[in-house]
Design a protein around this ligand. Structure first.
Ligand SMILES: CC(C)(COP(=O)(O)OP(=O)(O)OC[C@H]1O[C@@H](n2cnc3c(N)ncnc32)[C@H](O)[C@@H]1OP(=O)(O)O)[C@@H](O)C(=O)NCCC(=O)NCCS
Length: 194
């Protein structure tokens, strides 16, 4: 059945730009994942805070390679874009940012992130969120980007606030984590003037 409105993002238009690499100031770069990042991803998921809020652990490098292949596959399928945040120069892994659940008809997506422990607390996640959001809205034409975090995850809430994602409400008891059920805060940014 035909839609009554044109899609916010025409099919195939993301592929025209390719999966971009995006600088975050002079210090870091968001680039597509490589299978060779798997050992660093496995190490990141040994951190209790990442395990706590992402509800996964990686038991082997091969398992982490599988995740990276799935992230790469989402881009190929037009379903999402996943970036490694790496240190400029050394290419050391600092974190992960992802735009997931592309819905091109309405132009919406969901943002996710984590940072390795040593890279936290210097504003880098917030700056990287701003870079991805600007690219997604200005270059790809996304209209609305959502972000969710457990209400108990104060650091993530602060990142959302600092990056201009307005709080929209609480989804009650939505996540089952190792320590039980958690409420989630929904935040979103809407492209100005649209
Ligand atoms: C959430 C996370 C990505 C933030 O990364 P980061 O690079 O440290 O973020 P920033 O430095 O840009 O900002 C962090 C903010 O949170 C604040 N913060 C950190 N811990 C906090 C806490 N326990 N309570 C309240 N605020 C806290 C910091 O003070 C800072 O705010 P400020 O600039 O006003 O001082 C990182 O902590 C992380 O990876 N945590 C584990 C995984 C995770 O939570 N992922 C998100 C799931 S939704």
């Amino acid at each position: 059945m035909p839609f009554l409105v044109d899609p916010a993002i025409p099919a195939g238009s993301l592929a025209v730009t390719g999966h971009p690499a995006l600088p975050v100031g002079d210090e870091a770069l968001l680039r597509p994942w490589l299978l060779t990042d798997a050992a660093a991803v496995r190490e990141a998921f040994s951190d209790p805070e990442i395990q706590r809020w992402h509800m996964r652990r990686a038991d082997s490098v091969a398992e982490a390679e599988g995740w990276i292949a799935a992230w790469q596959g989402e881009w190929e399928a037009g379903a999402g874009a996943h970036w490694a945040l790496v240190e400029a120069g050394s290419d050391a892994l600092l974190g992960r940012l992802a735009l997931k659940r592309f819905e091109l008809q309405g132009g919406t997506a969901e943002l996710a992130y984590w940072m390795v422990p040593l890279a936290r607390g210097r504003g880098l996640c917030t700056r990287a969120v701003a870079v991805v959001t600007r690219w997604a809205m200005d270059e790809w034409g996304f209209h609305r980007i959502e972000l969710e975090h457990a209400t108990a995850n104060r650091a993530s809430c602060r990142v959302a606030q600092k990056a201009g994602f307005e709080a929209e409400g609480i989804r009650r008891s939505v996540w089952l984590q190792a320590d039980g059920r958690h409420d989630a805060h929904l935040h979103a940014r809407v492209r100005p003037g649209s």
